[in-house]
Design a protein around this ligand. Sequence first.
Ligand SMILES: [Zn+2]
Length: 246
Amino acid sequence: MILPGAVQVPTGKGSPYRVNVPYRWVVHSIECPPDISQAALVSAARNHQYPPHFWVSMPNRVIVQTVDTNLAAQALEHRSGTVETNHARAIQVEVAGFAKDMHTYPDEWFEWLRDALLMPVAGFHQINLTNCPEFKRYPESYGANGVRFADADWLDFDGLCGHEHVPGNDHGDPGLLPVHLFVPPPIGDDDLTPEQDKMLREVYRQLTGNDSPSSKPPRPLRDAVGGDGKSSLWQRLGAVAKKVGA
Ligand SMILES: [Zn+2]
């Protein structure tokens, strides 16, 4: 998908995924100050040799997209003869900040990250944001850290992990993420902000090829999870994704 609201910097570096496994989120840290400017983030994204799909500054609320999530990105190491990494449907984001400081950043930053990026992509690709392995503080997260996946567990994984969990890699980023904040909150139709409504509509259009005709959230999204209207955007998108076989 192309994320609504993201600054698009296409690199032409995406390539088809190679294994039929669940999609999963992989989070990296850039190792730069969290409040890097949009111009600097765009420049880093444009010039990077092995880009992920997304780059973000949480305090500045900027998202840059360099690769369509329907294609594989390149920010993970993969030696020939070892288990697939980038090509195992790993959707990747580089978060501005330092791995050693990740656990000290404000909750609001991560809640914004959840709403603006993690949740819409999770809905589109049916990623389970409540499924996260144990994260460790950097530098304990480096190398053989006790939390890195075995090959088979990595291929089965359908949730959100970090570079520190990917087999065949030794990086310890992004350090300790507050993953409890990534659980999508329930939300009713009337609680949608105009921003969320717009995002929902655009993701729906990319999933189904149809525009939503009404001023309300698209009907299939309202109906997807039954009567009470109190489910998360993520659950609604996931239900529609399932229906259209995305
Ligand atoms: Zn990394």
